[in-house]
Design a protein around this ligand. Structure first.
Ligand SMILES: [Zn+2]
Length: 266
C-alpha cells in the first residue's frame, strides 16, 4: 500500500557571517530521535549528530548551491540550529532560573532533602522566543588586520574543529597551537603594493617564522580576532516572585538555550 507522503514547509534564514539567504526545512521525528539518542553522549558525538541533521535540513538555494555544515563558522552553525529547532519543535523554550539572593541574616529555608539553605532558591521558568535570538557582533572583530604599513593578514572565522583547538589552547596556554589555529584560519597575507600571498601557496614553516617575528602588540591584534568572535546571545530580565530580586541575565551559546534540566543561577 502506498501511504500518503507529506511535504514539509520551507523556511528562509540569513547566514550571520555572510548575509547569504539559506533555505531549510524543519527536522522530522526520525531526525529528532537521532538528536535525543546522543543527548548524554560526548560533545563530539552530539556535534556529529547535529551536523548530520543540519545537513539534511539545509536545502539548495535558488541557484542550486548547498551549504556544507563542516565549512560553517561556529556561530553560523549555532544560529542555524536555533532557527531550525524553532520551526521544528516550538518557537518558545522555557529556561529555569534559580534565585540565589541571600536571605536576611540568620534566616534559612528547608530544601526537599531536609538540608537548609541561606538563599531564596525560587526556580522561575522564563520563556524565550528562539526567533528573537540574534548573533551579537563585536565591533572590534575584524577579519582584515593591518599589522604594519599596509602589510597585514586576512582571516576567516573558525569552524567547530578550529574552535575545539582554541579551547584546548586556552587550557594549556600553548603558543604553538595558537600558531596552528591562525594558520588554519588564514585566507591570505597582503602587502601595501597589492601583492597577496594566498594560504594554499604559503609554506607553514615560513608562516610560523612570520608570526614569530611579530611584536607582542601585532600578535595581539591577530589574537583579538579570535577573542571577540560573534556569538549567539540574548538578554533576559529575571524577576523573583518570592523575594522580588531582579537581574538582567545574558545567555550565550546554543547549549544554554536548550539544556533546560539544570537551572541557571541568578
Ligand atoms: Zn528570590
Amino acid at each position: 500500500m502506498n501511504l500518503p507522503k507529506l511535504t514539509q514547509p520551507i523556511h528562509e534564514l540569513t547566514l550571520p557571517s555572510t548575509g547569504e539567504k539559506v533555505l531549510f526545512r524543519p527536522f522530522t521525528v526520525k531526525e529528532e530521535k537521532l538528536l535525543l539518542m546522543v543527548i548524554d553522549d560526548e560533545p563530539e558525538a552530539q556535534v556529529r549528530a547535529l551536523r548530520q541533521v543540519l545537513n539534511n535540513c539545509l536545502l539548495p538555494n535558488k541557484l542550486g548551491k548547498t551549504i556544507d555544515v563542516s565549512d560553517l563558522a561556529i556561530f553560523d552553525m549555532d544560529y542555524i540550529w536555533l532557527k531550525i529547532r524553532s520551526k521544528s519543535v516550538e518557537e518558545i523554550v522555557t529556561i529555569p532560573f534559580e534565585c540565589r539572593q541571600a536571605l536576611p541574616e540568620g534566616e534559612t529555608l528547608h530544601n526537599i532533602d531536609g538540608t537548609t539553605r541561606d538563599y531564596c532558591g525560587t526556580v522561575v521558568q522564563v520563556p524565550i522566543n528562539l526567533d528573537k535570538i540574534e548573533i551579537k557582533k563585536n565591533p572590534k572583530n575584524t577579519p582584515k588586520i593591518e599589522l604594519q604599513d599596509g602589510v597585514g593578514i586576512l582571516l576567516r572565522y573558525p569552524t567547530f574543529e578550529t574552535l575545539q583547538q582554541i579551547t584546548k589552547l586556552k587550557e594549556t596556554n600553548n603558543i604553538d597551537s595558537s600558531f596552528d589555529v591562525i594558520f588554519e584560519c588564514t585566507v591570505m597575507l597582503f602587502e601595501s603594493n597589492g601583492k597577496t600571498y594566498e594560504k594554499e601557496h604559503i609554506d607553514k614553516k615560513e608562516f610560523i617564522e612570520f608570526l614569530e617575528a611579530l611584536s607582542q602588540a601585532q600578535f595581539q591584534k591577530i589574537m583579538d580576532f579570535f577573542e571577540t568572535l560573534p556569538v549567539v546571545r540574548h538578554e533576559v530580565h529575571f524577576n523573583c516572585p518570592r523575594c522580588r530580586h531582579e537581574a538582567d541575565v545574558v545567555i550565550e551559546g546554543t547549549r544554554s538555550f536548550l539544556a533546560s534540566d539544570s537551572a541557571m543561577k541568578v
